[in-house]
Design a protein around this ligand. Structure first.
Ligand SMILES: *Cc1c(COP(=O)(O)O)cnc(C)c1O
Ligand SMILES: [Zn+2]
Length: 473
């Protein structure tokens, strides 16, 4: 990774503006027009690998923290930082698992569904891929106080990177009231972040953190930060790596603030540009029905990238409609409970390049898919299961074929949100109603009920015989 000033810079996404900023500036939006910023590389001046296989040499260099990291192993493809400034805690040791039981549920042929398990990251979600890159940039520019608004996982990752690294970072976290899963709140508190719970939802918290970052000069870690997306590109590099560098037919990902889908698109744009892949997978972005902005805008209002000039009035009218009706995002999948996705425009670019589609799935579909993912061996949180529920929907519509190779991104770990899982499987009706029934989820589904047995050895033995026979039948 060569030094940076002349090889990497930031550029406004707005094609009528195209303002540029040095790589070591901290604007987080275009100073001229307010649009999103991109990290751009002068690849001609950089040592780019001739083949993706060249990255395999890093596997024998695991005592080097940069080669050990599943993000920085691909540092030649995100060369914005001097190597001695990289902040890494060994993120990205994740797994691409072939999941045949889940494939059956989705309606795919054996061997065709793979789950990219990003819950294996140090903080338990894919957010670490982006955090390592954003913290690296924060270190480059000498930032100390770092802040984010979060539905939970961004704040958990931010708290971990502050507490696990020796560079004096101080975490400031904004969360909406009553909207954060306990596993995630536990992490923010346990890792010592200043946790500010404001009365409002995520979209409110997001608005405030931008104002505060601006006023106090605090470094902003939300996915408006273009450096986070650079780190999140590597999820796709690892999917390719684990597939013998052969792109799958489909990448399916839940959509919240749309940082991940945007990053995936940028990854494939750059790989294609560099001649490192021939074929680009199709991208499916899955909303929850309770936070369906992207699906509404793309599938139903025809919003498109249009060569960099999307008709953003369509989005603004939609937001106006939400406001006038007083509609707030509401889904059990709290990580994607977002009505104003900040990376909307970049996601449109990704959908355009990857011949993408968008769908929405209900909380019922999400919880059922989550239970099937769990029964298939990898536990995920509700938002992650939207990818599997979405793949099933696209399979039923005939858009995904049974013989297609499909990679669903499991964005976060099962233990992030035990409340939803226990309500779904458990026998406590009151708890079920409170957590899931109120969202229209029915009792049936794929619940694995705990069996209540008197404290009596014969009863216990009879119960085991009864249930284990049923399971084998
Ligand atoms: C953040 C998050 C998402 C949403 O990702 P975006 O990049 O905001 O679209 C989905 N699932 C989990 C578990 C998350 O933490
Ligand atoms: Zn601009």
């Amino acid at each position: 990774m060569a030094a940076t000033a002349d090889t990497a810079y930031q550029q406004c996404l707005n094609q009528n503006c195209r303002a540029t900023l040095a790589v070591d500036q901290t604007a987080f939006s275009c100073p001229k027009c307010g649009d999103l910023l991109d990290v751009i590389y002068n690849w001609d001046k950089l040592p780019v690998p001739k083949s993706l296989r060249d990255f395999e040499a890093k596997w024998s260099d695991r005592l080097n923290p940069l080669s050990f990291s599943g993000v920085w192993r691909f540092r030649e493809l995100l060369p914005f930082a001097p190597p001695d400034q990289v902040v890494t805690i060994g993120e990205g040791q994740t797994l691409l698992q072939t999941a045949d039981k889940v494939a059956q549920f989705v309606g795919l042929n054996t061997g065709k569904l793979k789950l990219q398990y990003e819950g294996m990251n140090p903080s338990g979600s894919f957010k670490d891929n982006g955090m390592t890159a954003a913290f690296t940039h924060a270190r480059m520019v000498g930032a100390r106080r770092v802040a984010c608004a979060s539905t939970g996982n961004t704040s958990a990752a931010l708290a971990v990177y502050c507490s696990a690294t020796p560079f004096g970072f101080k975490a400031i976290i904004f969360i909406g009231s009553g909207k954060i899963a306990y596993g995630k709140l536990a992490q923010a508190l346990d890792h010592g972040a200043l946790t500010i719970q404001i009365v409002g939802d995520f979209d409110d918290a997001m608005e405030r953190v931008k104002q505060v970052a601006d006023r106090l000069g605090i470094y902003l870690m939300n996915s408006v930060n273009p450096f986070r997306l650079e780190g999140q590109k590597t999820i796709m590099f690892r999917v390719l790596e684990a597939s013998g560098w052969e792109p799958p037919d489909w990448i399916v990902v839940p959509g919240g603030n749309l940082g991940n889908s945007s990053a995936f698109g940028k990854a494939f744009i750059e790989l294609k540009q560099l001649g490192l892949i021939n074929r680009v997978p199709r991208l499916a972005v899955i909303n929850a029905s309770g936070a369906q902005t992207l699906d509404q805008l793309v599938t139903h209002h025809g919003l498109k990238w249009q060569g960099g000039a999307p008709e953003m009035t369509v989005a603004n009218n939609y937001y106006g409609e939400l406001d006038s009706k007083g509609l707030k995002a509401s889904t059990i999948a709290s990580a994607i409970e977002i009505n104003r996705p900040v990376n909307l425009k970049k996601c449109l670019r990704a959908l355009d390049f990857c011949d993408g589609v968008v769908r929405q799935v209900s909380d019922q579909e999400i919880m059922d898919a989550k239970a099937r993912v769990g029964a298939g061996g990898l536990g995920c949180e509700p938002a992650s299961a939207a990818s599997v529920a979405g793949a099933k929907k696209l399979r039923e519509e005939g858009i995904i074929a049974p013989s297609d190779t499909v990679v669903c991104i499991l964005t976060g770990h099962q233990l992030k949100d035990p409340t939803a899982t226990v309500a779904y499987h458990g026998t406590d009706q009151e708890n079920f109603e409170k957590v899931l029934g109120s969202r229209g989820v029915r009792r049936a589904g794929f619940a694995n009920r705990p069996v209540v047995v008197p404290n009596d050895l014969d009863d216990i033995i009879r119960t085991i015989a009864l249930y284990s026979e049923t399971a084998n039948a």
